[in-house]
Design a protein around this ligand. Structure first.
Ligand code: GDP
Ligand code: PGA
Ligand code: MN
Ligand code: MN
Length: 603
């Protein structure tokens, strides 16, 4: 093997010694320091085509189809660990293992794990390179798929190596698919191991991932760094790392508002981030679709930055009617499609892309597929991976190190019942209470049963790097750091409530602009609202429904706070609070729950 240090584009001693150490442990055939160039992209994608992982698409420039191992299709929450020094610091919502025990055990998995493979070393930066304190990472991986995906999803390569000078802090991100190619063993299109560990060492700012090639488990800048490790950094440094999209809205009067919204995985973030407003005169521009880092600006307002550089979007349901801007983005090429279907003429297809499926496809399991096959052609968690810079609606400020000042934060989930279409919180602390008790039906974005209602505080349940009770307190503390009128107003939404006929009560997608408009007009003081036990909802007539064919009783049902449904809901909130435990659950949230209970009893 070549000596890693001999070819290193950095003299940073901590990087070089770590790469040496991992190369010794994992025994790759060679080490490649990634420069993030177009040449490198071409070389690696060609290699992926040659070994059968990628199929080059005929119908989209510089784009590739790929199918994973059928067992490696989503985040593995039961294999994800927060290895803080003390179990209590991981909190009741995370899997925990002692950091020394975890490292001892995983070291044996990593030993020789890269045999017969190339080890890639990727320098990346989460957020703009010109940030006051840029957040760097270095990922070691033995997957070409990961190396090219990281080129899309992060700022990476030479520009980052140049800035990663001796002494600069970086997050160590170690990844192996866990499929060594010992003598005589041939590679598979999607190498991975049945055993998987996605481990985080928050105090050390270190990530060890083993056994999976899937996005959220393997592209370590995303969930592992920008949410789990960053949430801990943010707690220590006085900011927030959140599972949020960021959107710029311009009103017919040319007033600009920036908003952020947190929904659990597969509950509408990417779609709202690329909103095509149906309301006349409104424009929406995209800033981020999955992760937002929120810091106070000198103006005392909370500013949002998108730490990523690409979209890793849910494919099914994305089409010209629902999300034309996503379609335009991928049409421009430079994209990787994972677990969607492949058409006979070298294009991609998934459920919801067009009304009528093609007569023949190769499905995500690489089998022949026809409309009578009886199974979806694309996996429900199939994804497109594409650069944000080529999105036709991207706002110029998406790369602004200062971020954008937020007018409002929306929290929401996927609930068939109980949660109204939109509710305005009564105060920051009431908003934090609504967010803390957020709930949603589980989706295909994580392995496990789909459709089970669970509490998902701030849509961060799978992404918290520390104790959920301390996290709630941190949100309350943020509210004390500036004057109340400078804080973003908190709203609670649910696009997914269903009627007696089991149909969605609200058409969603571009029509969500009507809800955002009401919220922004509330902030400006020009929209009517009615008090409910949960908070303020639009009065009949306050939502602009011009041109929308939905009858008022349906809207009424979507907005309803039903005290009988809330009997069950309160019990589920009690359960959440009980698991957090007395000494770590902020009293403020207990008081908010008591106040809600009282308002419901009086309703
Ligand atoms: P994300 O994972 O939170 O980014 O969610 P996506 O925006 O990718 O959407 C996940 C799924 O929900 C996709 O199948 C979308 O088509 C669907 N979806 C998104 N927004 C809406 C909406 O407003 N209404 C309905 N009914 N479905 C939506
Ligand atoms: P999503 O991102 O939120 O767009 O689904 C991936 C994930 O959360 O796993
Ligand atoms: Mn996500
Ligand atoms: Mn998304």
């Amino acid at each position: 093997m070549n000596t890693p240090t001999a070819t290193a584009p950095t003299a940073h001693p901590a990087v070089v010694s770590w790469v040496d150490e991992i190369a010794d442990l994992t025994a790759p055939d060679s080490v490649v320091w990634c420069d993030g160039s177009a040449d490198e992209w071409d070389r690696l994608t060609t290699q992926l085509v040659e070994k059968g992982t990628f199929v080059r698409l005929e119908r989209k420039p510089n784009s590739f189809w790929c199918a994973s191992d059928p067992e490696d299709v989503a985040r593995v929450e039961d294999r994800t660990f927060i290895c803080s020094q003390f179990r209590a610091d991981a909190g009741p919502t995370n899997n925990w293992m002692d950091p020394v025990d975890m490292k001892t055990m995983m070291t044996e998995h990593y030993r020789g794990a890269m045999a017969g493979r190339t080890m890639y070393v990727i320098a990346f930066c989460m957020g703009p390179l010109d940030a006051a304190e840029p957040k760097f990472g270095v990922q070691i991986t033995d997957s070409e798929y990961v190396a090219v995906s990281m080129q899309i999803m992060t700022r990476s390569g030479t520009a980052v190596w140049d800035r990663l000078t001796t002494g600069t802090a970086f997050v160590k991100c170690l990844h192996s698919v866990g499929a060594p190619l010992h003598e005589g063993r041939t590679d598979t299109p999607w190498p991975c191991d049945h055993t998987k560990y996605i481990s985080h060492f928050p105090e050390e700012r270190t990530i060890w991932s083993y056994g999976s090639g899937y996005g959220g488990n393997a592209l370590l800048g995303k969930k592992c760094y920008a949410l789990r490790i960053a949430s801990k950094m943010a707690k220590d440094e006085g900011w927030l790392a959140e599972h949020m999209l960021i959107l710029k809205l311009t009103s017919p009067e040319q007033k600009v508002h920036y908003i952020a919204a947190a929904f659990p995985s597969s509950c509408g973030k990417t779609n709202l981030a690329m909103l095509d407003p149906t309301l006349d005169g409104w424009t929406a521009e995209t800033i981020g679709d999955d992760i937002a880092w929120l810091r106070f600006g000198e103006d005392g307002r909370l500013h949002a930055v998108n730490p990523e550089a690409g979209f890793f979007g849910v494919a099914p349901g994305t089409g010209l009617l629902t999300n034309p801007h996503a379609m335009d983005t991928i049409e421009r090429g430079n994209s990787i499609f994972t677990n969607v279907a492949l058409t006979d003429d070298g294009d991609i297809w998934w459920e919801g892309l067009t009304g009528t499926p093609p007569a023949h496809l190769t499905d995500w399991k690489r089998r022949d597929w026809t409309p009578t096959s009886g199974e979806p052609a694309a996996h429900p968690n199939s994804r497109y991976c594409t650069p944000i810079a080529q999105c036709p609606t991207v706002a110029p400020e998406w790369d602004d190190p200062a971020g954008v000042p937020l007018s409002a934060i929306f929290f929401g989930g996927r609930r068939a019942t109980t949660i109204p279409l939109v509710t305005e919180s009564l105060s920051w602390r009431h908003g934090v209470f609504l967010a803390a008790t957020l709930s949603s039906e589980t989706t295909a974005a994580a392995t496990g049963k789909v459709g089970v209602v669970r509490r998902d505080p701030m849509a961060m349940l799978p992404f918290l790097g520390y104790h959920v009770g301390d996290y709630f307190q941190h949100w309350l503390d943020i509210g004390e750091k500036t004057s109340p009128e400078l804080l973003p107003k908190i709203f609670y939404v649910n696009w997914f409530r269903r009627g007696d006929d089991d149909e969605f009560l609200w058409p969603g997608f571009g029509e969500n602009s009507r809800i955002l408009e009401w919220a922004l007009r509330r902030i400006e003081g020009t929209a009517e609202a009615a008090a409910t036990p949960l908070g303020h909802v639009p009065t009949p007539g306050a939502l602009d429904l011009t041109g929308l064919k939905v009858d008022p009783t349906t809207i009424g049902a979507a907005l309803r706070v039903d005290p009988t449904e809330w009997v069950t809901e309160l019990r589920l909130i009690d359960e959440l609070f009980a698991t957090i435990g007395g000494n770590r659950l902020p009293d403020v949230l207990r008081e908010e729950l008591a106040a809600l209970r009282q308002r419901l009893a009086a309703a």
